[in-house]
Write a protein that binds this ligand. Structure first.
Ligand SMILES: C[S@@+](CC[C@H](N)C(=O)[O-])C[C@H]1O[C@@H](n2cnc3c(N)ncnc32)[C@H](O)[C@@H]1O
Length: 182
């Protein structure tokens, strides 16, 4: 999992205990949901993609846009943690900062946490994907959308722009772990 695992391995995994209720938004091939379910967490994994064939017990797959999922979940549902890796840069920035992040925060138990990873590549190097919405988020952008949250000092903000990806001039990765106040 390489670089992707840094904040996850060092700060999220250790906080996961059996029977915690978690959500993985933009779950992809369920690689993280799988790891968390292995720890005993009960996971809801949301993605526009269909469930992977080898989905394991402990992961409930919801095939839906995040924008639709957040609108239809029970307002009283609370998660112990919500994670979203490599998703928000594909969504509208104003929607993410003014609506999605505050709404997600309202669905986390006191004492729970959110972990967000986002990246930005410009120009997008993959042919056919050039017009995807990619927005550069700094930790302050994400944490600014969560004003009453205590922030974990372990967020990373990596500029990988130099010589990483052919014509890509900007390649930036941001990890944020934000913990709700007790
Ligand atoms: C770069 S992948 C990341 C997958 C996974 N989180 C990981 O880190 O391995 C982005 C995922 O977000 C999903 N996605 C993109 N837009 C979405 C949306 N509006 N609602 C739900 N999922 C979305 C894509 O289908 C894809 O699986």
């Amino acid at each position: 999992m390489g670089r992707d695992c840094h904040i996850f391995r060092s700060h999220c995994l250790i906080k996961v205990e059996p029977n915690m209720i978690g959500a993985d938004l933009g779950a992809g091939n369920a690689r993280w949901a799988r790891v968390l379910a292995d720890r005993g967490a009960l996971m809801t994994a949301v993605d526009v993609l269909p469930a992977p064939d080898d989905l394991r017990e402990g992961v409930e797959w919801v095939q839906m846009r995040i924008e639709d999922w957040i609108k239809q979940i029970d307002p009283f549902v609370r998660f112990d943690f919500i994670m979203s890796f490599n998703l928000i840069h594909f969504l509208d920035r104003e929607y993410v900062l003014e609506h999605l992040l505050p709404c997600l925060a309202a669905h986390v138990h006191p004492g729970g946490w959110m972990a967000i990873r986002t990246f930005c590549k410009h120009p997008e190097p993959v042919t056919g994907m050039e017009d995807r919405i990619l927005s550069l988020y700094k930790p302050t952008d994400i944490l600014g959308a969560l004003p009453r949250w205590r922030t974990h000092r372990a967020h990373t903000d990596q500029d990988l722009s130099e010589g990483q990806c052919g014509t890509t001039r900007l390649w930036h990765i941001t990890d944020v772990l934000a913990i709700r106040p007790e």
